[in-house]
Design a protein around this ligand. Structure first.
Ligand code: FMN
Length: 199
């Protein structure tokens, strides 16, 4: 056994080991998943009645053709909106936008037009899906395919428009918490990224 293995807590899935409840198993797996550091995005769908949701499952897939994917809980309100509209937008959040991430991850947030009251947004030029102002980058996608992902759906999006702002700090998510990088000029030509926990 390696040192790294010795330090880990083993999980076995699909069994009820030591009386471990299904909920406890899910919580433990969420903790494992949370050890993968990501950026944070807001998914948007719908134009007349826009909806949003915080998501870190965004992944770039292909440059040619341009494809991305997001994984969305089947029970999330935006799931049906993406299916109905056949399109969605992805806004990549900047470091100061933690409050936006928290808002769109809060199940008790207002719905309908009021859902977007806390933040500026614009309809995407191609799909009308809401794009968050101040985002680091955004993409508009037409829904190219939907795959079964257990309690989530995997939405493959064909990118039809995108843009980015001048480079700024990104909002990060790691270990169940939001972080922001603090870039410091080190000796020589390298910047050192020091990741500061913000909450
Ligand atoms: C940082 C972060 C990332 C998240 N990523 C996803 C994701 O990729 N897919 C997903 O379905 N839910 C994700 N969630 C959870 C949803 O944002 C949250 O459960 C939301 O309230 C679901 O929408 P609903 O309120 O309409 O059910 C994430 C939450 C946070 C805080």
């Amino acid at each position: 056994m390696t040192g790294a293995q010795a330090d880990t807590v083993g999980l076995r899935h699909g069994t009820d080991r030591d009386g471990q409840s299904a909920q406890a198993a899910r919580d433990a797996l969420r903790t494992v998943f949370g050890h993968f550091a990501t950026g944070v995005t807001i998914l948007g769908a719908g134009h007349d009645a826009p909806q949003g949701m915080t998501a870190n499952s965004f992944t770039s897939v292909s440059l040619s053709p341009p494809l991305v994917l997001v994984c969305v809980m089947r029970t999330a309100a935006i799931h049906q909106a993406i299916v109905d509209c056949g399109s969605f937008a992805v806004s990549v959040l900047a470091a100061p936008q933690e409050h936006v991430a928290r808002h769109f991850a809060n199940h008790s947030r207002p719905r309908g037009r009021r859902e977007f009251d806390i933040v500026g947004w614009e309809p995407g030029p191609r799909t009308g899906a809401p794009i968050i102002q101040g985002a680091l980058a955004w993409l508009e996608c037409e829904l190219a395919a939907t795959y079964d992902g257990g309690d989530h759906s995997i939405f493959l999006g064909s990118v039809v428009a995108s843009d980015h702002a001048p480079a700024r700090e990104a909002l990060l998510f790691f270990g169940g918490r939001f972080h922001r990088p603090a870039l410091r000029r080190a000796s020589g030509k390298w910047d050192i990224a020091v990741y500061q926990e913000v909450s």
